[in-house]
Ligand binder design. Sequence first.
Ligand code: SF4
Ligand code: SF4
Length: 292
Amino acid sequence: MKELVIVSGKGGTGKTTITAALAALAPNPLIADCDVDAPNLHLLLGPEIQSTEEFIEAKVAVINPELCTGCGACEVACKFDAISPSFQVDPIMCEGCGVCFISCPADAIEMHERLSGYIYASETNYGPMAHALLLAGESNSGKLVTRVRELASNLAKKHGRKLILIDGPPGIACAAISAITGASAGLVVTEPTVPAIHDLQRVLELFQHFNMPVMVLTNKADLNIQKAQEIEEYCHQKGIPVVGELNYDPIMYKAVVAGRPIVEYAPSNMLSKGLKAIWKKVEQQLDAFQEA
Ligand code: SF4
Ligand code: SF4
């Protein structure tokens, strides 16, 4: 089974709209939205949820007022200002560290599990999909990404899918590392701006660190042709394949508003034709990486 993770150095490069288009072009893919902090892929693929699982990874302190003596030790101990002077825990501020639990001389504090999000197994017109929702204010996105990937792998086996397309988080933080680690290859979507090129280099270093094959796609290339050429030259020097360039076209936003992948919304548009050619190159490159 191949796992292609589509990432970007920063948000706003068009990573998710491109992932949606590739999901519509790929033959029988399993789709995973691992951009759990800002999941958007469902808006373009219209998944119908088949099953829901709770994601419980965090804890929250709960004070039993019947046992509390009002000594104040917990309020002093909490470095997150989550305990009020009247010894109430603010569940949003509480990081679940357990220091108050250890500090309480009256054993008045319990650490309860708390719901951090949901994990979904869904069906779409393009294939089964694993995705998630991280509740507001919750952390642990790296663990949630791992859970979504586990579900994606199980669904792929169950449905006999040989390719998992992962919409990964932007950047190089914990969630991005969780999405990249162990995948077959990466596709980095970038754009020709100075910050985007800087972020591209950091993401490529991440792939290099994990000794993973990677390819690059420049979106909105015509917004700065010189910078697009710089990206191509940089990748060429590093031996990283560039699978193509896409020009800026506001029709992409119309497809997003319509909630459909661009290759279905406007199949004869130049963007769609470009994406079809890019998908062929991505497939060839995946085969080449596997043979290498
Ligand atoms: S668990 Fe940690 S963050 Fe939460 S109230 Fe206790 S000391 Fe504060
Ligand atoms: S440390 Fe325990 S007993 Fe003291 S104020 Fe906090 S909850 Fe109450």
